[in-house]
Ligand binder design. Sequence first.
Ligand code: GRF
Length: 232
Amino acid sequence: MQPARNFTVVVLISGRGSNCQSLIRQAEDYSIIGVLSNNVDAPGLKYAREAGIEAIAFDRKTAGSLVQQKQQIYSHIEAVAPSLIVLAGYMQILESDFVERFEGKIVNIHPSLLPRFKGLDTHKRALQAFHQAGVSAEAKHGCTVHYVDWGVDSGPIIAQARCRIMPSDGEETLAARVLDLEHRLFPWVVNAIAANDIAYRDRQAIFSPKVIAEAKDNGFLLPERSPVMQPG
Ligand code: GRF
């Protein structure tokens, strides 16, 4: 069981749920009050339940339609009113009015260095670019945590973690390297948001001096020229 904390998080998943696991294991300043899935067979639900967290699958067939399934998920989130909604491998586009209602309170992790490679098959596309452009130009890949806006993988960037692409890499080895980074970066960002060391202002992320120093120590990248929180 996790200790109760004031900053509450709902995690949305669609599949494996390895990021959800790392968010559960590394929760310091937040409580995960629910794990929700649009896929009844999502393996990630089991781990959450074993950790004592309410994990609910919303079945599209039982709901009657995709629209109704989404409505049930949104109604549940509105009822529990979390401090933050965390998309961790959630493969369903959120409606724009829902995104608008929770502006600045939804974060997503994406397996590329945005704005490069939005959408699917990011590792494959990164490898193609690497082989086309030559080793030095495209040698970096990684992951991005960002606020969710009305587009796909397009909201304000919060932080990124980078790794090298090796000439010997295939999709699997590269994906594994990026996933390791995701498991470090995502909980770090969510803890920092919960501790108010990262905040959303005027459609961008702002950072406390503490979190800027921590990012440097961890090798994480924050957006260039991002505003710094003033003390007090
Ligand atoms: C991760 O690579 C994440 O970046 C992407 O979907 C994948 C989910 O993996 N959005 P998991 O379900 O967390 O293991």
